[in-house]
Ligand binder design. Structure first.
Ligand SMILES: [Fe+2]
Length: 285
């Protein structure tokens, strides 16, 4: 498995407080068969002044310690960058990092209010050739009243990353509901830990994958934690990475597009049968 959202770097944000915690987190990842972790510390003007250069240095230093300790985990650079007016300029200059220097970039919107220019912000990133990944939409308090916005973003090419812990109820009932609903509706592309330490917000990707599998089946769960993340690390275009699988009653935007394509080329029977069997299984659960 591959975790693309994690605060494992020691002492540079509200994640791992020191190297001991980073090593505990790294060992927990290895126990779960996680092989690659993106180090994604906060970049938040006024609070966390991390830059591309400082993150790369911290990744290099922690990797050296992991190698020394014989912990088989590969680290790649990234950032948990908050929405800011100079975001694209930051990406261009290297001050803000994408995931492993790919076209895929984590974007954290404000938690309590959707800024009026939200859609514009994401569309501009898409036009610039990036694939924005909106982090933990299930935990944003404005999502219930702006779910249509989330769906419009997905249909415009924005990816959604939900948090493993949300599926266990770790972020409350609302986050659990929205995480499950978005999975059901086939608009979730990635599952990640957003781990901050070894205990309170621990690396829990295996647990998240298993809970997702209960919801969308083992194959789609594996895509959430391995297939799509591996595509990101290779910087594959999103068109060559399998889209999310809808299992609920709602019509998935991504899925609808796949269905339309299948009708044109006459394929997709296996996928349709799989979708049907998942629906039937859910009915009798
Ligand atoms: Fe984060």
């Amino acid at each position: 498995m591959i975790d693309l959202h994690c605060h494992i770097l020691p002492g540079i944000d509200d994640g791992a407080s020191d190297l001991t915690v980073s090593l505990e987190m790294a060992r927990a990842f290895v126990e779960q068969d996680v092989t690659v972790v993106a180090c994604t510390p906060h970049i938040l003007p006024g609070l966390y002044h991390n830059t591309g250069d400082s993150i790369r240095t911290a990744v290099h230093n922690l990797q050296a310690v992991l190698d020394q300790e014989g912990i088989p985990l590969v680290l790649v650079p990234g950032a948990d960058a908050h929405m800011a007016p100079d975001f694209i300029a930051g990406l261009r200059s290297g001050r803000v990092l994408s995931l492993a220097d790919s076209r895929y970039v984590l974007v954290e919107p404000p938690h309590h209010t959707a800024p009026p220019q939200l859609e514009d912000f994401f569309f501009k990133l898409v036009v610039e050739g990036y694939v924005p990944i909106l982090t933990h939409p299930e935990r944003l308090s404005w999502v219930p009243s702006r779910y249509d916005t989330i769906k419009r973003l997905v249909s415009a090419g924005v990816w959604m990353q939900i948090t493993a812990g949300s599926l266990a109820g770790g972020f409350g009932r609302n986050a659990l509901y929205w995480a499950q609903r978005m999975l059901d509706e086939g608009i979730v592309h990635l599952l990640a830990t957003d781990a901050h330490d070894a205990e309170r917000r621990p690396p829990d990707l295996a647990m998240g994958r298993d809970l997702a599998a209960d919801r969308v089946g083992a194959e789609e769960a594996q895509r959430l934690v391995e297939t799509r993340p591996a595509g990101i690390l290779k910087d594959d275009p999103p068109s060559s990475v399998p889209g999310p699988l809808e299992v609920g009653n709602g019509e998935s935007l991504v899925r609808a597009e796949t269905k339309r394509r299948d009708q044109v080329v006459g394929g997709g029977a296996d996928d349709r049968l799989r979708g049907l069997s998942l629906r039937l299984r859910r009915l009798f659960q």
